[in-house]
Design a protein around this ligand. Sequence first.
Ligand code: HEM
Length: 268
Amino acid sequence: MIQFVICSENDQPDHLLAVPATASFIRPFPAFILGNDRFAAFQYRNQLPSSYFDPTNASPMTALAKKTFNYVGYFLIVAVALYALTFFVPGLHDGFLQNKPLGSLLWRLTFWTHVLLGTVALVLGPIQFSTRMRSRRPALHRQLGKVYVVSILTASVVAFYISWFADSGWIAVTGFACLAVAWFYTTWQAYATVRRGELVQHQQWMYRSYALTLAAVTLRIILPLELAAFQLPFPVAYRIVAWLCWVPNLVVAEWFFVRRKAPVAVRV
Ligand code: HEM
């Protein structure tokens, strides 16, 4: 009988041979996503190669470097999430808000919705990518996944609206508006693929989606650098960062996570 194994390009042939012959990998995965947790958890743990669960395990980075990288990442994510929540404290961001159409209820509603749901999505990302959580608590993964998707679909629509009021002119406006469209599209694809049981494609779209969510972090790293280290005037720095906060994120996600770990069907 011919069997197909979904595996990573980086897997060695002997690794594949070690996979039990009983595993039939072309099996669709809606059971995992849509229900039957115990069966699914077993299937998920035992049938897919470890590289599927840990996209970095074929990386040349040492374990210590990976850990440090992760902790720095978590720290930045938490820092930006806390920073975002300070927008709910009156008087703290009057400088930013003074140029905004605060008289418009629609703008106020969309802006604060965006900040709140953007923060939810930002914080959920690392939890959803956790290999441990996915294999041990698949039901929780599904529930939080729904929260992530709904948060972003809403936050991206309102982000598209507030983009038209962004500082520094049309280059910044279009940068944020395109980011909002890409954010919506990648997240929608992540959801659509998982509903169809296409687990590998789901993971790839999630990499793209979260890479865009991380624009909130990269923006707040790049902007101060532009202002402090390169002494750029604010409008110039802002126009640049409206694009630089997300295009490189997508390239990195595509190169390091989607392409290098692209699953392939292998005949065994
Ligand atoms: C990835 C897609 C995102 C898009 C397209 C987007 C878009 C925008 C836009 C257009 C503004 C107003 C900028 C201005 O008026 O000058 C803004 C501000 C803001 N956004 Fe987002 N955003 C995104 C993600 C996030 C996330 C994930 C968070 C959560 C931390 C977030 C938190 C904020 C905050 C706190 C502000 C207030 C202004 C600032 O601190 O720069 N955004 N966003």
